[in-house]
Design a protein around this ligand. Structure first.
Ligand code: FAQ
Length: 337
């Protein structure tokens, strides 16, 4: 099995992008740019241009939303896991994803946005979250394939974010990547067991791979030529590797894993290219991707409705926690008087 390397090749950091025209104070902007160019970290108390702050809030909050919406497709299988062992592993994994959401909402809050604002944007359909979570989990094999391929794609994208220029995001990503690595391994191991099982189990795995493969390639985002945020994100050291380069790294890492597992990847154009030293692969259906991102995928409505319901039903917990915090504060003040 593999764990994604924590190092990012130097050429990935080639951020040769012209700075945006800016109305920010020139001396502060120059200090900020110099820190970014020297690969330094920006911390919450540091001055930063508003566009940098906005980009981070956008990306980190979308990422946080993806983690908590991402609990739903697998959470759906907790009550139907095939054994106590698989149930315990799945509960731990889904709980981890909730934890990732919390680290990420906290990182975004350091930029001056509130949890309520972010959740409101999600619940009213104004905020994006990863396209991948708008598809159904039809069989138990889907749970294994999500671990192997969806977490595998997430790690590929997130390891470079451990070196993001914004300190709180980078630090959150270190812990998240360690946990995602466990998630990926458990998925692959569950599939290995099924592949050693009956013909029906092997068919179930192949069917799940067929349904998830192309969606996972789309997870990395639009091609570099159609990615409006990439150039500036790279310039600021938020993104370190482009969408297409990460997608290629994912294909290259996954093909040998599929061979070891004994499944085929559903792409007739998938072929080793000796000259490029990479696998060639077929075209992703970007129309289907945008259709899903824009709210019209098979499960968008259901995912959002489930999140809103959970949030509303949890109102009493938030109220109780706030009442307790108020009481504790009053007691501390009384004792200090
Ligand atoms: N889905 O210009 P770019 C996980 C949007 S976590 C939906 O290339 P950027 C863990 C993009 O937001 C998975 N929308 O944008 C887990 C932008 O829209 P905007 C989430 C997408 O930011 C596993 C527009 O398209 N991971 O899976 C998607 O430079 C298992 C143009 O795109 C992260 O969020 C998409 N797939 O690059 C949990 C990682 N792709 O905002 C449970 C952090 C693009 O302008 C179970 N984020 N869009 O309206 C990133 O690395 C980046 O934000 C990208 C997009 C690479 C996602």
């Amino acid at each position: 099995m593999y764990t994604q390397s924590m190092s990012v090749p130097d050429e990935a950091g080639s951020r040769v992008v012209q700075p945006l025209p800016s109305t920010e104070p020139a001396d502060r902007m120059a200090r900020f740019d110099a820190r970014i160019d020297a690969d330094g970290r920006i911390e919450p108390q540091d001055w930063m241009p508003e566009a940098y702050r906005k980009t981070l809030v956008r990306q980190i909050s979308q990422h946080a939303h993806s983690e908590i919406v991402g609990m739903l497709p697998e959470g759906n299988w907790i009550s139907r896991a095939p054994s106590l062992k698989r149930k315990a592993i799945l509960i731990a994994k889904v709980q981890d994803e909730g934890g990732h959401g919390l680290y990420l909402y906290s990182a975004a809050e350091t930029l001056g946005t509130s949890r309520d604002e972010m959740l409101n944007a999600l619940h009213t359909g104004r905020a994006k979250y990863s396209s991948i979570f708008n598809y159904p989990t039809l069989t138990w094999a889907d749970v294994g394939v999500i671990g192997w391929l969806v977490d595998g794609a997430a790690i590929m994208n997130q390891v470079p974010l451990c070196r993001c220029s914004y300190g709180p995001y980078a630090r959150a990503m270190v812990r998240i990547c360690k946990e995602e690595s466990f998630h990926q391994r458990q998925g692959y191991e569950a599939l290995m067991v099924m592949m050693r099982g009956t013909p029906a189990q092997r068919e179930m795995v192949q069917d799940a791979v067929n349904r998830w493969w192309w969606k996972c390639l789309a997870m990395f985002g639009p091609p570099d030529t159609d990615s409006p945020n990439s150039a500036q994100g790279m310039r600021w050291g938020i993104k370190r590797v482009s969408n297409d380069d990460l997608r290629q790294q994912f294909v290259d890492a996954t093909v040998p894993q599929a061979q070891l597992l004994g499944v085929s990847l559903p792409d007739p154009l998938l072929k080793w290219n000796e000259e490029r030293q990479h696998y060639d692969y077929g075209p992703v259906d970007w129309d289907e991707f945008w259709h899903t991102v824009n709210g019209h995928g098979p499960y968008n409505k259901e995912r959002l409705a489930t999140r809103v319901k959970a949030h509303n039903e949890g109102a009493w917990v938030r109220e109780a926690a706030l009442a307790h915090a108020r009481k504790m504060q009053e007691r501390t003040l009384r004792e200090a008087a």
